[in-house]
Design a protein around this ligand. Sequence first.
Ligand code: SF4
Ligand code: SF4
Length: 344
Amino acid sequence: MKYAVIKKEDLNKWLEHLKKKARLYAPRKKENLFIFRPVKDISEVCLDYIPTILPPKKYYYPQKEKLFRFKINPFKTSKAIPKFEDYILFGVHTCDIAGIQCMDVVFRENPEDPNYLNRKDKMIIIGLECLKYCDEYANCTSMGNHIPRGGYDLMMVDLGKAFIIHINSEKGEKLVTGLNYIKEAKEEDMLALERVREEKKKIFKEEFNAPLQKVYEAFDKSFNSPLWQEVGKKCVACGNCTAVCPTCYCFDVLDEMELSLNEGLRYRIWNSCQMDDFAKVAGGEDFRKGREARQRHRYYRKFKYPVDKFNRYFCTGCGRCTRTCMAGINLVETVNLLLKEAEK
Ligand code: SF4
Ligand code: SF4
């Protein structure tokens, strides 16, 4: 079976079923925002949501993660790589799935990151395709992530009274087979899917004023652009933009010693290129002293460096950095200004 259909009235039944299969995480409303949370009560699951404050990366790449405990004398360490259990991320938007694909590329690079990869191995992704813009901050169309591009086990699309589900893996297939309320899709369902996608083309328009190749070329010319001074002047270096970004993965490794100074805990914790000591090295030299240099670096880490290294843009278009920025720094505006400048 390649496509299945579930009526909306049966969705809660399916969620109850999924909850029994593995730990289930889904979006939930929190005041006027949304967060991914473990599902205890099915009624809290909210599928009509704009990107959650944090992407689901907090589950596959936790903000603070114990690596191991150690003893110095006699030297001993605890098991470094823990075992993880199966878990389901439910209702993940296509932009956040693109974020997971970026993380895969980074953490599979030699040397591989076993903590991430073991968690990824246990992850089951049930995506949800957006049929309208989340809000004015998204740039998912320019990034090509407004439509599903793989990286999921199941992908749900709202057909009105039912969801059509694209089955993209064996793991996904197991979650929809043998249930009498999930049926194989018929021709009429496939036609309805086509109609939905046609409608979508009228709504989603590229947010950047040029195609991505031009964006890349603009970045190639813009390292010394005065625009970085402007952006740097506004930035308050809070680091929110990197914390909420589904493709930011920088971390620090720290040791926390017990009072005895003979035992301790080694852990890793998210770090941000927006912090003023991020690029400081021994001797006090700082390679990105000013906020303008740090902001430029953030942008280059989305539109230039990963393209050179992995042939992949590391912006998913989720809009979180703009949505969260208290200084009003807007990613689409910045990119469009760079494009304009590069034209001259
Ligand atoms: S969220 Fe805005 S103000 Fe904060 S570090 Fe990022 S760009 Fe600067
Ligand atoms: S750079 Fe901004 S819009 Fe792009 S993926 Fe990160 S948070 Fe989302």
